[in-house]
Design a protein around this ligand. Sequence first.
Ligand SMILES: NC(=O)c1ccc[n+]([C@@H]2O[C@H](COP(=O)([O-])OP(=O)(O)OC[C@H]3O[C@@H](n4cnc5c(N)ncnc54)[C@H](O)[C@@H]3O)[C@@H](O)[C@H]2O)c1
Length: 329
Amino acid sequence: MKNTKRILVTGAAGSIGSAFILKALEKNFSILGIDNFSNSHEKTIEAITSLYPDRFIFEELDISKRGEGLTSLLKRFQPGAILHLASLKSVAKSDEFSTLYWRNNLLGTINLIDSMSHTECKKILFSSSAAVYDQKSHNPISEDSHLDALSTYGKTKIAIEKLLTRLSQLNKIKAVILRYFNVIGTYKLNQLETKGDGSLISNIQNVIQEKEKTLEIYGNTFQTKDGTAERDFVHIADVIEVNFKAIEFLNGVATCSVFNVGTGTATSVLKMVATFEEVIGRKIGVQIKRPRDNELPSSCANIEKAKNELKWTPSKSLSQMCEDSCRIR
Ligand SMILES: NC(=O)c1ccc[n+]([C@@H]2O[C@H](COP(=O)([O-])OP(=O)(O)OC[C@H]3O[C@@H](n4cnc5c(N)ncnc54)[C@H](O)[C@@H]3O)[C@@H](O)[C@H]2O)c1
């Protein structure tokens, strides 16, 4: 099998990793998945393995711990490219557990690249985040906007981006960096349980499932249409699709390129709540709290670069995102 059809996925049991893997296996790729289950469940991997026992291999491994395991895995599997998703991702917790985030995210990436350097595999696709952008960036935010993250999480992503950019300038690797905005929904087969992550969608789900009585909304006096904060939400199926486009791009001429992944539309918290209410046919109780520190009033992506260069356009509506989010957990 050509090694362009062999992909190593870090963070394989996570919500994006497992969805990507299912789609990749459908498309006849062979996948080696790695995860340490710090934010996911083993049963996700068991479900994928039972569907695709021949073309899916999994290894439980913590990439932030140095060891020979990762290098020998890479040597054996010989991937054509790596999709690097493994990361701790809670913006709030990243300041509380700052050194853990640096060790896990940055050191994990350094270990991965060190292992790559002992093999033929030079291509890496990295999942960065909208959290890298400066508070002063104007909507729609383009890739060349100034970077200055407010959170430790965002700062680890900036550091990794710089590392990948420098290594590609030195011709040691080829990299595509995808800056995801807010990923929601679920992929067709991906009705696998993921851990709640304190995000707006996970908090709305908790109210819908009556684990919480009301949804706490942080601030309603921002300079936005309805006063609540606005974010750019993108459906997981569109995110999976852009990853395949980016892998093709990596196989072509790219050295290091960065792309925003969003829809280009800013949706407020209240608009999101109203859309969920339409989908489930009942009200969602809300409670207004004071804004959290460093909360951006509004953030949405300029996605022209991904449209033009990756030939990718998001296709899912906000209602579809909410409907599909209700099919999970
Ligand atoms: N979901 C989003 O809205 C969003 C937005 C922006 C960026 N991202 C990025 O996309 C990537 C995937 O996000 P997700 O939503 O699937 O997150 P997730 O938490 O569901 O998945 C990440 C996976 O990585 C694993 N992991 C973490 N550290 C590891 C380590 N040291 N070794 C091995 N495995 C490790 C976790 O156990 C988890 O299964 C992350 O890098 C995240 O920062 C996600």
